[in-house]
Design a binder for this molecule. Structure first.
Ligand code: TYD
Ligand code: MG
Length: 455
């Protein structure tokens, strides 16, 4: 009889399992991410909890399922509530990912403080920091009152016991990569440990109706599994973005079973923890150079909210046969495509120029509505003629140089008017749909050439 396999190879990035080692993961195409780990025992996936007799579930009609309003708890932060889909859903499993040191523990501690102050019972489990360290952080973010319990523990069986004993409404697991189960033989942070640990937390969340927040570090290298391994197991995935040396942080929802994805929440890291940024447009446009060529204000929709941002382009004569192109904060291939459109449809000799495109503020925006702004920023820089700083631009550009409609044009125009913009260049089709716009002149354009003359 063949010997049963005791180890397998797992991808640290996406959790792909394979019987043999490969240099590149066949699933996510990442290099050098396959690691050998013991295979988790089969019976572990079907656990019998002592004291809680397993009941077979009965099929029911959806009309018999009741949804109560209070099933959603507000976090006390409007920015975070929006990303979660108007609050924390009872019994949900939320993954908060991000680079180490970006502020995951900080925001969760602040949320815990708000929830405890609102009378909820919270259990914060840290496997990374001692109680003293947590206290030091808590002192920075301010007064903590109410029923907020802390536990420093990494063994999930003990954690499960503590949760069953204290019966909190919300549990925070500060970093899944430090948690381990005795019956899984691989080291904490390995793919199978991270997966099996999440499995237990999933059972706790669904079985007891407790909302569980899991912190997952994004790891570039090293032996710990990344949070992408668990994306499919949890209800909601939030990622913390932002440059470490800049103070703002963007919380982006990439998966949400209870709300729309692509919502973002903007925060700023200050001395006393993270502070919400109520108006991200103002924030992203602050410090904008006036009368500089190659800078254009665009409007992108993030989830349900319009956000104004500055698109910058620098076009300079190339010194080599091959022109250089870079795109920071937006899609590189999209920028190449738009330059080809300019070359072919408007007869600008773009191949003789290097071009650098950047979305100011270090944010990433990939909406096609930015196309027209990128095109006009490139032309403005090429001709060294500044665009009116009180003008905003949006519209999708097609391959034949036509300017196509984008969604939610009226919201974009309203946001621009609110921030004191005086003119707006938008697709002609959208212009016809907008009923009224006060305090802002609208210019509808049909193609790129028309947009360039309007400017
Ligand atoms: P932290 O929440 O510990 O990061 P993570 O849990 O994602 O690893 O964030 C720590 C960083 O935030 C650290 O660099 C210090 C900074 N910070 C402040 O600037 N102000 C504060 O009030 C706090 C608590 C942290
Ligand atoms: Mg932390």
């Amino acid at each position: 009889m063949a010997k049963a396999k005791t180890t397998a190879f797992f991808c640290k990035e996406c959790g792909y399992e394979s019987a043999k080692w490969t240099g590149q993961c066949p699933a996510c195409r990442a290099w050098n991410t396959m690691v050998e780990e013991p295979v988790a025992k089969k019976e572990s996936s079907r656990r019998i909890v002592p004291g809680a007799a397993r009941q077979a579930a009965k099929p029911v009609k959806l009309s018999e399922v009741s949804i109560k309003e209070q099933d959603r708890i507000s976090t006390g932060y409007r920015e975070l509530d929006r990303v979660l889909g108007s609050g924390i859903v009872a019994g949900s499993l939320v993954l908060v990912g991000g680079d180490p040191g970006i502020g995951k523990s900080t925001i969760l501690l602040q949320v815990c403080r708000n929830l405890a102050a609102a009378g909820h019972k919270i259990l914060y489990i840290s496997g990374e920091e001692s109680l003293k360290q947590i206290k030091l952080r808590a002192n920075r973010i301010g007064e903590i009152s109410g029923e907020l319990l802390f536990l420093c523990e990494t063994n999930l069986d003990d954690i499960e016991g503590a949760i069953r004993e204290t019966k909190p409404e919300v549990v925070i697991i500060d970093s899944i990569q430090t948690m381990y189960r005795d019956d899984v033989s691989s080291a904490p942070g390995s793919v199978s440990q991270v997966r099996e640990s999440t499995n237990i937390l999933l059972q706790i969340a669904k079985g007891m109706g407790i909302s569980v927040f899991i912190v997952g570090h994004v790891t570039k290298e090293g032996v710990v599994a990344g949070p992408r391994v668990l994306e499919h197991m949890v209800d909601t995935v939030l990622y913390f973005e932002g440059e470490r040396n800049a103070s703002y942080r963007i919380l982006r929802g990439v998966k949400n079973r209870f709300g729309s994805t692509n919502e973002i929440g903007v925060f700023e890291m200050q001395e006393q923890g993270l502070v919400e940024v109520e108006n991200p447009s103002e924030y992203l446009l602050s410090g904008r150079p006036q009368e500089a060529s190659g800078a254009v204000v665009a409007c992108s929709i993030e989830g349900t909210r319009p956000i104004l941002l500055e698109v910058q382009a620098l076009v300079a004569q190339t010194n080599f046969g091959m022109a250089r192109r870079t795109a920071a904060g937006t899609d590189y291939n999209r920028v190449n495509l738009l330059m080809a459109v300019l070359e072919k449809r408007c007869h600008y000799e773009m191949s003789r120029y290097d071009a650098y495109v950047n979305i100011a503020g270090g944010v990433r925006m990939n909406e096609p509505a930015l196309d027209l702004a990128i095109v006009l920023a490139l032309v403005s820089s090429l001709k060294d003629r500044p665009v009116n700083p009180k003008c905003i631009i949006f519209g999708e550009v097609g391959l034949s140089g036509e300017v196509r409609a984008v969604s939610m044009a009226e919201q974009r125009v309203r946001e621009a008017a609110k921030l004191g913009f005086e003119a707006c260049i938008l697709p002609q089709v959208c212009l016809e749909k907008i009923k009224k716009a006060e305090g802002i002149r609208l210019y509808g354009v049909k193609n790129v050439r028309e947009a360039i003359t309007t400017i």
